[in-house]
Design a protein around this ligand. Structure first.
Ligand SMILES: Nc1nc2c(ncn2[C@@H]2O[C@H](COP(=O)(O)OP(=O)(O)OP(=O)(O)O)[C@@H](O)[C@H]2O)c(=O)[nH]1
Ligand SMILES: [Mg+2]
Length: 287
């Protein structure tokens, strides 16, 4: 069997999580139009007849401004260390490549593909000269795709399998991720926060599942942590209208994911500047 670990890395918003979901044919990880959506290293395991690929979704690479960012960047480091193969992913309209990091990965014995995503956004002939330019860098392969429109993914998968080493599978064939159900529930609530609120709110919020119990309905109690009381007020909204909406959207999504009815109870609490506090960042499950 061909077996290997493939890290999907790049700056925020290039479509890493979208690609993971498309490759797995599942809505596993959350996707939003806002940058810095993914905060963890999350495995997506794809097992075929004669291969097992362990894809690793990662947070977008940024210059850390606080401890949460540092924990996110540690998650990227771990993913890179584990990987046999790295997808260096760029957005066709931004196209920044950290040449030093690519060379470092190559020196460290990794296979590195440049995956150019969102090619649906440009006129194809414009792409060729750029591919020529990137050919000067030490990439093993350069593969243009559109994760959203499902273009080029078969080619990406076939080429990936060719490069992977032979070995025994790490996971049973029906296992899709390394994370438990409650992790994905927490992420779905976070996704709805990204979608419903603007400015700093999504970035200052973290979701913790306090309780998850199966009965006639699955009862879920979750706390949304924010950094200031003013943010708490915004999350709740006038007469609690906003949080009701959040609860409804999140519950519908969670019911789709769990495939059973859900009763969702949301609480909002303030933990002053938690993103700067290594203890809190760790306690909330980051890094
Ligand atoms: N036009 C177009 N948009 C895409 C494509 N792939 C992803 N997107 C969009 O790009 C945005 C970001 O997608 P994500 O998958 O969340 O990006 P990410 O790289 O995981 O972002 P972070 O987790 O923040 O690092 C979303 O609005 C996606 O719908 C694509 O192939 N074409
Ligand atoms: Mg992501």
């Amino acid at each position: 069997m061909k077996v290997g670990w493939v890290a999907i890395v790049g700056v925020p918003n290039v479509g890493k999580s979208t690609l993971l979901n498309k490759l797995l044919h599942e809505r596993l990880v959350i996707i939003t139009p806002k940058p810095q959506t993914t905060r963890h290293r999350i495995l997506g395991i794809l097992t075929g007849e004669d291969y097992q690929i362990i894809f690793i979704d990662t947070p977008g690479i940024i210059n850390p401004a606080h401890e949460l960012h540092r924990a996110m960047m540690r998650a990227v480091d771990v993913a890179l260390k584990d990987a046999d193969l790295v997808y260096w992913m760029i957005d066709v309209e931004q196209r920044e490549v950290d040449e030093n990091l690519v060379r470092k990965l190559k020196d460290g014995g990794k296979t590195v593909f440049l995956v150019i995503n969102k090619v649906d956004k440009i006129w194809k002939p414009k792409l060729l000269p750029w591919i020529d330019e990137y050919s000067k860098l030490p990439f093993d392969e350069i593969i243009p795709i559109s994760a959203m429109k499902d273009k080029g993914l078969d080619d990406l998968l076939e080429t990936t399998i060719k490069y992977l080493p032979e070995g025994d599978p790490f996971f049973p064939p029906d296992q899709v991720s390394d994370r438990p159900e409650r992790f994905f529930v927490q992420e779905l609530i976070r996704e709805k926060i990204y979608k419903l609120y603007g400015e700093e709110i999504p970035y200052a919020a973290s979701v913790e599942i306090e309780e998850m119990r199966n009965g006639k309905k699955t009862y879920i109690k979750a706390t949304i942590w924010v950094e200031k009381d003013s943010q708490k007020k915004i999350i709740i909204g006038k007469n609690g209208e906003k949080i009701k909406k959040l609860g409804r959207y999140a519950r519908e999504e969670i019911e789709g994911f769990l495939q059973r009815p859900v009763y969702l109870e949301l609480w909002v609490k303030t933990k002053k500047n938690w993103r700067k506090n290594p203890y809190e960042v760790k306690r909330m499950g980051y890094g």
